[in-house]
Design a protein around this ligand. Structure first.
Ligand code: RAM
Length: 924
């Protein structure tokens, strides 16, 4: 057993308002993740200070953690009383009180002293501990380890009906509290006395179930009845009973792509703990006293192929007391899937938005095509009235054929078909439970009568994550690209970041998110999701150190390249920089090093990497119908890419080693980097021209952005990038997934933000704007996604976003960490007001609170409104020719409170600015 890490993150956010008059005002508390059933001992506590006055800086805090609200109200921190701590730390404060035990609820509050006075105590918040020890589980795994005559699990499209479990029990006395712990694999729906518990869908989160199994915790005190009670659980297949069975349909040796890992028939573990007011306890557990049937209404459910629901098979009252289940079967006691039972910290999937379809047409007799107006991910809810036995079939696609029918070719082998058989009588409302689709269009057949728009709703499902960013500009192309990115990113959050939501793939491809995750973090609070994904990656690591390209490893994709597994290290760094979260680095450092060592031992010769799989994946090809370019001048040597990646990762590891207090490792990585850089330049830098390798943008950009180019060649190398882009590609992108990770930042950092802007606003091939021009409402897998071979041509992939979203926030809006700082404790506000763009308005809810940047060009004036959160400071770079020509709130800036002039830096006047809101005008 692994020892428990003391760095595990649990983030709680409190908002504390300091009113400038009294120093104290309304307090608000906000929880970011489900605070129930956490299984880390060293929770991290964060709070946000808000206030109108400028220059609010925390000077100290006092945290109280109590075992009851009453004690907390009396200001007795029996679990932890931090005392008055002189510190400006207001995020990620590690709980340092009494050792916590299973099931314990911890109530806490905090007060702070600031440069502008003291706050009062915050409103209380709480978290509760889950089941920390395997011995806390008295429940057993139960299931039904077989299929039935109506199932067909052995075909290519594994068909398996949902399993319905039930258990009745009595409560005996007055109840105080009831807590339910459940893991139902692959997916569950939980009921108590007929009511659905929780609003999570498609839960729990997917993992390698042989390594780790996540359980969810519910407070069900309100739902329990005095006397008779019934629990009902429905189990779907999810990623457990797999959509394409590796052990069955496909012969061994068949390409791994088609063999999805299978974990067995669905199974569950459930424990309900009831506390009575007299102190007695009762525990209801899953065991073989539970009854089960697979002969219910969900006849088949499969994440690729859809769900079939026969309402005539409904079993009214099955999840309530006194249902006659005499013909049901007894549940089998089954083996555990093997993984460690752990509390789920990343958010569950929920219905996050409901949209209305925008059009419907009869495309052929009885066949209707409905348009959702947006390529979305989730499912359709339908209202329908008809005869018993009528069957409505729904099929889903991203685009249409010229004749108006569904274009299915790029969905590949996924059947994406939902079927609903009516029970007849009154109007019926239905939505599936255990599948999801990526679609804009729906084909409706068999609908009794004429389907009307009002009868359908699109349910948009993704991980429940706070939207933390807003971004809008005066440029409509950029706005639409941003919107497409927003829809694409959230549609691919499913407890893991998937590559796509629609075809027979939907896997957590590492390379797609290496840099994308950073841009995404400006839009969504993705801290807990990506921290969980790093655990998935670690669990997928082989004994020898190898890391696959896909995690959880439902596919057997151990290809041993640098570029995809690199996400492991790059994303840990992102979590540290964006959230100040060092826990993933501490937790994964050893495995990261093991992987790098493995790659070095096996694939590094004379400091050069000798193996690659994907090259600069999906670069814009020369002909519209092909997926992969055949033009050697467009392609970048994969070994150059791999070696540059190793260099970059080795530098990151150097930083990690220093952070973790491992000076010897730091020296090791810094030496290694030096040697790689030397070998890389010896091999790939042609000093005569100068250029790297065959002079592609990617070949020159990577060493430039990674700091590998000898100083004397930097300018020339950058010129090559510009000239290639301007002359050979007419101001268009020429990179694939690799180069795109640095393109926009690289151009802007070296003085050509205007060229980045041109690339971002192009409407012709290849560009994001070309996708928009061709009707895309998400981002395509291929630059030529409207013409290329459907074999690999998803309409909803986010990998080609590269660093675009990061560029929107960090460069156009100019919101970023000050260099060398983390978690936005110190901010740099530095916009790049390129020609052709008149206005940018952005906000970002950082760990310290809301950062805003809104600028506008007005005649010769550059007007800029910014907000810097309390307890931070900012280095503010105002576009100006001199410092004197700037006003703040209509006064000369030198008279403004909270601002100190640092000096001129190029085209910017630089100031150190305290927290608060400011209105600048800089005149030319
Ligand atoms: C495709 C995936 C993914 C990419 C891999 C290499 O099949 O969709 O986006 O990372 O290939």
């Amino acid at each position: 057993m692994k020892t428990k890490m003391t760095f595990i993150l649990c983030l709680f956010l409190m908002l504390i308002s300091c009113n400038n008059k009294t120093g104290i005002s309304s307090l608000k508390c906000e929880m970011l993740t489900n605070p129930l059933g956490i299984d880390c001992l060293a929770s991290r506590l964060s709070w946000v200070i808000t206030g109108e006055e400028r220059g609010i800086k925390q000077q100290g805090y006092h945290i109280l953690v109590a075992s009851s609200l009453e004690l907390l109200d009396k200001e007795q921190g029996d679990l932890w009383d931090s005392g008055d701590v002189v510190s400006d730390q207001s995020i990620q404060v590690v709980y340092a009180g009494k050792t916590l035990s299973s099931r314990q609820t911890c109530y806490w509050k905090v007060k702070v002293s600031t440069t502008k006075g003291e706050s009062s105590w915050s409103e209380p918040a709480y978290w509760s501990m889950g089941l920390l020890d395997e011995k806390d589980w008295q429940a057993q795994w139960i299931g039904l380890d077989r299929a039935f005559e109506w199932d067909n699990p052995d075909t290519q499209y594994t068909r398996l009906s949902a399993r319905y479990f039930r258990k009745e029990f009595m409560t005996e006395k007055q109840m105080k509290k009831a807590t339910l712990y459940l893991s139902g694999l692959g997916l569950y729906k939980l009921y108590l006395n007929g009511d659905v518990i929780g609003d999570q869908e498609l839960s729990p989160t997917p993992t390698d179930y042989s390594k780790s199994i996540k359980y969810n915790t519910f407070d069900v005190t309100e739902q329990l009845l005095n006397g008779e009670n019934a629990i009902g659980v429905v189990l779907g297949n999810g990623r457990f009973f797999s959509m394409r069975r590796r052990d069955n349909y496909y012969p061994p040796g068949h390409h791994w792509l088609y063999n999805v890992r299978n974990f067995g028939f669905p199974k569950m573990i459930l424990q309900l703990e009831i506390e009575y007011t007299d102190g007695e306890k009762q525990v209801i557990v899953s065991d073989n006293t539970w009854n089960v049937t697979a002969d219910g209404p969900i006849r088949s459910n499969n994440e690729f192929d859809g769900e079939e629901y026969d309402a005539t098979k409904e079993m009214a009252g099955w999840n309530q007391p006194r249902f006659d289940d005499s013909i049901w079967l007894q549940a089998d006691l089954t083996e555990s899937p093997g993984g460690k039972l752990e509390a789920q910290i990343n958010p569950n999937i929920r219905i996050m938005e409901t949209i209305k379809p925008v059009g419907i047409k009869e495309q052929a007799s009885g066949k209707y095509i409905m348009d959702m107006g947006q390529n979305m991910v989730g499912w359709l809810q339908m209202r329908v009235k008809g005869q018993k036995g009528d069957c409505v079939t729904l099929r889903f696609s991203e685009t249409l054929n010229p004749d108006g029918s569904l274009y299915m070719a790029n969905i590949r082998e996924a059947q994406v078909t939902d079927k609903y058989t009516l029970k007849g009588g009154n109007e019926e409302t239905w939505q599936p439970m255990f599948t999801y689709h990526g679609f804009r269009y729906v084909e409706i057949t068999g609908y009794p009568g004429i389907p009307r728009l009002e009868s359908f709703e699109g349910k948009v499902l993704y991980d429940e994550m706070e939207t933390v960013g807003t971004f809008e500009t005066s440029d409509s192309t950029i706005n639409q690209i941003y919107k497409n990115a927003y829809w694409g990113i959230r549609g691919n959050y499913r407890g893991m970041p998937t590559d796509c939501p629609q075809r027979d793939e939907r896997m957590g491809w590492l390379g797609d998110r290496a840099t994308g995750s950073l841009g995404e973090s400006f839009i969504f609070n993705n801290n807990n999701l990506y921290a969980k994904w790093l655990d998935d990656i670690e669990q997928a690591q082989l004994e020898n150190g190898s890391i696959p390209d896909v995690a959880p490893n439902y596919w057997d994709a151990y290809n041993n390249n640098m570029t995809w597994p690199a996400a492991y290290i790059i994303i840990a760094n992102m979590l540290y920089e964006q959230y100040g979260n060092s826990e993933p680095i501490a937790k994964h450092y050893a495995s990261m090093k093991k992987w790098l060592d493995y790659m070095k031992e096996n694939f590094m010769v004379d400091y050069l990497i000798t193996r690659d799989t994907y090259g600069d994946w999906c670069l814009p090809p020369e002909r519209p119908e092909i997926i992969f370019s055949e033009d050697p001048a467009r392609k970048t040597d994969g070994l150059l890419i791999g070696t540059a990646f190793y260099y970059h990762l080795s530098n990151l590891m150097n930083g990690f080693a220093t952070l973790l207090g491992k000076p010897e490792d730091a020296v090791y990585f810094s030496e290694l980097s030096k040697n790689i850089r030397q070998a890389f330049n010896d091999k790939y830098l042609n000093k005569e021209v100068p250029q790297y390798s065959n002079n592609t943008v990617t070949a020159n950009l990577m060493p430039l952005c990674y700091g590998m180019v000898p100083a004397e060649y930097e300018k020339e190398i950058f010129k090559q990038i510009v000239s290639k882009t301007e002359n050979d590609f007419n101001g268009h992108v020429s990179t694939g997934l690799i180069g795109i990770q640095w393109l926009m930042r690289g151009l802007s950092e070296h003085g050509r933000a205007d060229l980045a802007f041109r690339i971002a606003t192009n409407r012709d091939y290849p560009s994001w704007g070309y996708m928009v021009e061709n009707g895309a409402t998400t981002i395509w897998e291929l630059w030529n996604g409207n013409t290329a071979d459907p074999a690999m041509n998803s309409g909803n992939h986010v990998m080609l976003l590269g660093d675009l979203v990061t560029w929107f926030y960090e460069y156009l809006a100019g919101i970023r960490n000050k260099q060398g700082c983390i978690g936005f404790s110190q901010i740099e506000l530095k916009p790049y007001p390129v020609d052709g763009l008149n206005e940018v308005k952005a906000s970002f809810l950082s760990p310290y609170g809301l950062i805003q940047s809104a600028w506008l060009k007005h005649g010769n004036d550059f007007q800029w409104d910014i907000t810097i959160p309390c307890n931070t400071t900012a280095r503010v770079c105002i576009p100006a020719t001199t410092g004197d020509a700037i006003t703040e709130n209509n006064r000369n800036i030198s008279e403004a409170e909270g601002i100190e002039f640092v000096g001129m830096e190029g085209e910017y006047a630089v100031f150190n600015v305290m927290s608060g809101s400011y209105h600048f005008v800089s005149s030319k």
